[in-house]
Design a protein around this ligand. Structure first.
Ligand code: 3PG
Ligand code: MG
Length: 408
């Protein structure tokens, strides 16, 4: 159980509340292309507005590297935030510390919302500087961390401020940690993980932890090619890591030791070129042509995975099984997402998904609402599944004071 102070545990009424949010949202041409992270902040923001708090939003945007980069300003987030809040005025402060920030906070009235400029315009943020954390803390009375998706970063605005102000988890943080804790603590078994992505080497810790904790591990994406290659299949020109053979075999052996069933593709879509509408053919994994590359799972694999999922009660999904951005290599990802959605709708499966690519593939399939839970986190979701303690969550837990037992 993860225990930390919640919004109800701190006094926010008429206070200046600093809220760490994750407004690192996808944008194109100055416009937000997916406002999920904004909408998911509303429960916290509406609670604070109702409590007549003065709300100061802190966030980073992309990776400006500690200097002012005009294209990475948070200013374009003012209008989408305001729209999400039903047209409420959202003010903007051109710096997140110093005189400009203090000036903007001073003007703020009860129930009003102020967004401060990108935290990462200051190098001290990512360095986790105590001095910078203190400067941020000096802007408010209490601190709310509602940025689970940034809580794998030990940055000043995530862990540092906690040293200077009373802190609590926001609603989104509460929800994310609640659902993700259930994966390892209370989820109904059998539980399966679907893992995709390109490299075994970047998901080693993930695979290690999942073989220990899952009943079924479904592997797709280019990383499946590395496993197939390790097992002696010829993978042609498929993306794979030939140097990871021993590691892949060790993962399979460990899975067996822990009683985790690993499922790999039995057939693939083999393409002769990596481009939309390229010539391709469905082949068994032992018949991948020498000049072709596996770019998606085939229909027999979809069937195999779907039968395994039908026998499970919970599934956690991180990483698409095929190169879904390029049609028609999206067919396997869409088919698998549809199966999970169908089992979820029939209440046979609790489905949890996270990670930028995964959520993009589900959104491509038009199925984001068909899952039990979609995390707003990418890197933080991955680190959680690796079994790591996230610094931001740890800082919240440190602030937890267990309620005294009622006297008998
Ligand atoms: C994310 O988008 O996953 C978070 O905002 C964290 O961003 P970062 O990987 O740049 O720290
Ligand atoms: Mg990112």
């Amino acid at each position: 159980m993860v225990a930390f102070p919640r919004l109800e545990d701190i006094n926010v009424t008429n206070k200046t509340v600093l809220v760490r949010t994750d407004l690192n949202v996808p944008m194109s041409g100055g416009k937000v292309t997916d406002n999920t992270r904004i909408l998911r902040l509303l429960p916290t923001l509406n609670y604070l507005i109702k409590k007549k708090a003065r709300i100061v939003l802190l966030s980073h945007f992309e990776r400006p590297g500690g200097k002012f980069v005009p294209s990475m300003s948070l200013a374009p987030l003012v209008d989408p935030l305001s729209a999400a809040l039903g047209g409420k005025d959202v003010k903007f402060g051109v710096d997140c510390v110093g005189p400009a920030a203090h000036e903007a906070v001073k003007k703020l009235k009860s129930g009003e919302v102020l967004l401060l400029e990108n935290l990462r315009f200051h190098a001290e943020e990512e360095k986790g500087s105590a001095h910078f954390a203190r400067e941020l803390a000096s802007l408010g009375d209490v601190f709310v961390n509602d940025a689970f998706s940034c809580s794998h970063r030990a940055h000043a605005s995530i862990t540092g401020i906690a040293d200077y102000l009373p802190i609590a988890a926001g609603r989104l943080m509460e929800q994310e940690v609640g659902v993700l804790t259930s994966i390892f603590e209370s989820a109904e078994h059998p539980i399966a993980a679907i893992v995709g992505g390109s490299k075994v080497s970047s998901k080693l810790e993930l695979l290690d932890n999942l073989t220990k904790t899952m009943d079924v591990l479904i592997i797709g994406g280019a990383m499946a090619n590395t496993f197939l290659h390790a097992q002696g299949h010829k993978v042609g020109e498929s993306l794979h890591e030939s140097g990871m053979k021993a590691v892949a075999l060790r993962i399979l052996k460990n899975a067996e030791k822990h009683g985790c069933e690993v499922l790999l593709p039995v057939d693939v879509v083999a393409a002769f070129e990596f481009k939309a509408q390229a010539r391709c053919r469905i082949v068994d994994v032992d018949a991948i042509p020498a000049h072709a590359m596996a770019v998606d799972i085939g229909p027999d694999t979809v069937e195999l995975f779907s039968q395994a999922l039908a026998g499970c009660k919970t599934v956690v999904w991180n990483g698409p099984p095929g190169a879904f951005e390029t049609s028609p290599f999206d067919a396997g990802s869409i088919a698998l997402a549809r199966i999970v959605a169908k089992l979820t709708a029939r209440k046979k499966l609790v489905s949890i998904a996270g990670g930028g690519d995964t959520v993009a593939s589900l959104s491509h399939a038009g199925l984001t609402d068909a899952f039990s839970y979609i995390s707003t986190a990418g890197g933080a979701f991955l680190e959680w599944l690796e079994g790591k303690k996230l610094p931001g969550v740890a800082a919240l837990m440190k602030a937890h004071k267990p309620a005294r037992r009622a006297a008998r």
